[in-house]
Each structure stands twice: as structure tokens, then as C-alpha cells.
Design a protein around this ligand. Structure first.
Ligand code: IMO
Ligand code: MG
Length: 424
């Protein structure tokens, strides 16, 4: 019997802990697929006392016997990809036998990265705070129909296709008066293209639909988060892909009717890297404490993450847009020492301070979060492995969120390790 495609989506501004959860869930799925984003993602995994970060490769790669798919919705930087593969190889796992890549995925060129930097430099104060991995310019070329795709690397015309796109980029860079070396990284990139040729390239729409029809399960792993979605995020301070549920269908070639469970993952507080609105941001000691306790520094760029209280208005919006069926709550153990824990349950907007629990069109200014306070549990949760070991204050807090969001929290993570996970 045909199987459904289950999905894990970040519901906030990224960095919710998708790597850990996909790694935990991957033991139940013979395949894991990425459907959007690229090396702007940094998914961290911890097991057997070791830590890993994956960027473009699905977090299922470390599970024995797993198949991992890089879908057509992903933008692939061959250089980062090669580095990632070499790091995985050091752990004794050969990614070559476990990875298939869509021919229709778009390639990130060295000049896409330059363009990313040039646009950010030109934006001055209005900059997005991009990870500078070339994500935006690559998706721009895809949509404007100028992009190079993975399948093109096997074309006898590949060099001339590359040269044409590069020359287009050089023109743009000149227009932006950006100081750059036009050949920087090109030799390394071409070498990485040769490396990429050793991998199994597929039409992933056939691969994924065929796989599911054979009765084999698959888990789709989102990158970034719903609040960074190009349509539903805090535009223009977003990434350039569809991080919400629709991206799964276009990024892998599966119809909505094939989607099964939608796991929505969120942290018990909020973080954001880069610029853009963040209604519950804490620019005070509490924000500092969250950053320190939660080790909130970027896995890709090392930048300190902005921290704030949990925003249930934004979270409920993401739950709605994504059709979340199961919630996964991460890092509540980071709140163990707080006397009082706050969650934002509505916003006051506009000059009259009208109260609403719907996310407004413009969240850049004039929003005052309204908080509900909870008594802290003041107990170390990191070693707790069963529901019965959880303090009553914590259970009340979880129950409140389930009622507000209308979806059960089926997994609670209390630490970075695979083992620190309670299933309910
Ligand atoms: P994971 O998958 C957090 C943010 C950047 C920037 C904006 C646009 O690890 O959760 P881009 O490089 O995509 O053009 O940057 O999006 N951003 C992320 N923030 N986690 C991520 O990925 C992110 N990927 C991009 O900081 O504000
Ligand atoms: Mg990350």
C-alpha cells in the first residue's frame, strides 16, 4: 500500500532544532528529503557524544540504511556540498551510496554569493542580514528563468552556459559598483562540479512518488521557518523560498493528497538572526540569559541570535498556514531557572492599541505584545525522560499552549542529544 509523505517544518524564524528532531524521527523513515533552502540552513545533530552540522544534506544521512533526497526546490552550492560530504565521510559513512539529487535543483554559482554581498552592501541599513550564501540571487535567477540546474552539469555545453550566466552576473556587479575578484572560487567550484557528477542524479518527482507508491515512508525536512517564508514571513525580511507546507509539494513534485502528518517544531521561546521585526524581542538581561542558556549563536554564521519570549500569535498563524497535525516543543529545559515565564497571547496594534490575536499585515512597528505569565517550575528537566517525571507547573504550561494552538504537542525535547526526547 502506498505511504504518505510526512513533513517537519520550523514554525518560527528558523533554528528551532529541526536537525535533532529529523535525526530522531529518521529512525522510523527509510528516507529523508530536503525540499527548499540551501546552505543558509545549519541543522545541528548530537549523538554518541559528538556534534554535526548539515547544510544541504538531509539530517537523515547519519541513520543506517537511510536514503536521502535533495529535491528540486533546493539550491545547491557544489563547494559546500563537497565539504559536507567529506565531513560525513570522516564519520565512516559514505554519502555517495545514500544520496540522490534532483536534476532540477538549481546551482549556486560563486557570483551568486558575490551578488548576495553586493545587494546587502547596497541596502545599507535596510539590509536583510542574509547568510551571504547566494540564496536570494540563485532563486532570483530560477524565477527569472536564467538559472543553471544540476542536470546541466552533464551537458556538453555546460562551460558555455556557466560563462553566459557569469557574464550576466558580472554586469550586475559592475552596475552595483561592488569591488570583487571575478574569478574568486571558480576553480574550486569547477572541481566540486566534477565531484557532484559521481552522485546519483534523478528526476525527484518520479523518485519520490515511486518510493511512496512502493509503500516506503519518507520524511520531508524543512529548512528555515514559517516566519521566514517568502510569502507569509515578515517580508522583505525573509528568505527567498517557500518554507511553509506548499514548498513541500513544489520542492519535491508531490501532490498535496500525498502529504500525511505535518510536524510543526517550535522553541519554548523565540529567536531570530538577521534583521527584521520581532515583536517579543528582549533587549535586556532576560534576553541575554536566554541567549546564554540556550547557546543561541548561529550554526552557520556564528552570529548571536536575537532572543525573546514565545510568541503564540505568530505560532498560531504558522500552525494555520502549515496545517500542523503534531507539535514538537524544543528547549523548554532552557527555562528551568526562570521564576516567571511569559508567553505572548495577543498584540495591541495601531494608535488605539486594538487587541488582536491575528498576525497583522505589517509587524514592523507599533506592536505591543500582551503576555500571559506562568509560574516557573524551577527544576532541572534535562534528565527527565518520561511524562510522569515532569513537574505540574510544566504540564499546566504545555496544556495552555495545546488549548491555544488547538494541536497536541506530541514530542517534548529536553536537551540536544537524541536521547533527551519525550514522546507523548
Ligand atoms: P535553519 O534551517 C535562521 C535568515 C537570515 C536572514 C534571512 C535571509 O538553520 O533554521 P538568506 O541567507 O536566506 O537570504 O537570509 O533569513 N535565515 C535563517 N535564520 N535559521 C536558518 O536556517 C536561516 N536561513 C536563513 O539570517 O535574516
Ligand atoms: Mg540553523
Amino acid at each position: 500500500m502506498s505511504k504518505k509523505l510526512d513533513v517537519v517544518l520550523g514554525l518560527q524564524w528558523g533554528d528551532e532544532g529541526k536537525g535533532k528532531i529529523v535525526d530522531v524521527l529518521a529512525s522510523r523513515y527509510p528516507a529523508v528529503a530536503r525540499f527548499q533552502g540551501g546552505p543558509n540552513a545549519g541543522h545541528s545533530l548530537h549523538f554518541d557524544g559528538k556534534s554535526f552540522v548539515v547544510r544541504s544534506i538531509p539530517s537523515g544521512i547519519f541513520r543506517e540504511g537511510s536514503t536521502n533526497v535533495i529535491g528540486n526546490g533546493v539550491v545547491l552550492d557544489p563547494v559546500t556540498f563537497k565539504e559536507e560530504c567529506e565531513n560525513i565521510l570522516k564519520t565512516g559513512i559514505d554519502p555517495k551510496g545514500k544520496l540522490v539529487i534532483s536534476r532540477k535543483a538549481h546551482l549556486i554559482l560563486p557570483t551568486h554569493r558575490l551578488l548576495d554581498a553586493a545587494y546587502e552592501a547596497a541596502a545599507g541599513k535596510g539590509k536583510i542580514g542574509s547568510t551571504l550564501k547566494g540564496i536570494g540571487p540563485t532563486y532570483t535567477d530560477k524565477i527569472s528563468r536564467h538559472g543553471l540546474r544540476v542536470g546541466d552539469i552533464l551537458s556538453p555545453d555546460f562551460r558555455s552556459l556557466f560563462a553566459a550566466l557569469k557574464s550576466r552576473h558580472l554586469q550586475l556587479l559592475n552596475d552595483l559598483h561592488f569591488d570583487f575578484d571575478p574569478d574568486k572560487g571558480e576553480a574550486e567550484w569547477m572541481e566540486a562540479i566534477e565531484y557532484l557528477k559521481q552522485f546519483k542524479l534523478v528526476d525527484c518527482e518520479f523518485f519520490v512518488n515511486g518510493w511512496l507508491s512502493e509503500g516506503k515512508g519518507m520524511l520531508a525536512e524543512g529548512a528555515q521557518g514559517s516566519m521566514l517564508d517568502v510569502d507569509y514571513g515578515s517580508y522583505p525580511f525573509v528568505t527567498s523560498s517557500s518554507t511553509t507546507i506548499g514548498g513541500v509539494c513544489t520542492g519535491l513534485g508531490v501532490p498535496p493528497s500525498r502529504v500525511g502528518k505535518v510536524f510543526g517544531i517550535f522553541k519554548a521561546y523565540c529567536t531570530r538572526v538577521g534583521s527584521g521585526p520581532f515583536p517579543t524581542e528582549l533587549n535586556d538581561e532576560t534576553g541575554e540569559t536566554l541567549r546564554r542558556v540556550g547557546h543561541e549563536f548561529g550554526a552557520v554564521t556564528g552570529r548571536p541570535r536575537r532572543c525573546g519570549w514565545l510568541d503564540l500569535v505568530a505560532l498560531k498563524y504558522a500552525v494555520m498556514v502549515d496545517g500542523v497535525t503534531d507539535l514538537i516543543m524544543m528547549k523548554s529545559d532552557c527555562l528551568d531557572d526562570f521564576d516567571t515565564i511569559k508567553v505572548c497571547t495577543s498584540y495591541k496594534v495601531g494608535p488605539e492599541g486594538k487587541e488582536t490575536n491575528e498576525l497583522p499585515y505589517d509587524i514592523t512597528a507599533g506592536i505591543e505584545p500582551v503576555y500571559t505569565e506562568f509560574k516557573g517550575w524551577k527544576k532541572d528537566l534535562t534528565g527527565v525522560r518520561t511524562e510522569s517525571g515532569l513537574p505540574q507547573e510544566f504540564k499546566d504550561y504545555v496544556k495552555f499552549m495545546e488549548d491555544y494552538l488547538g494541536v497536541p504537542i506530541s514530542i517534548i525535547s529536553l536537551g540536544p542529544d537524541r536521547e533527551a526526547t519525550i514522546e507523548r
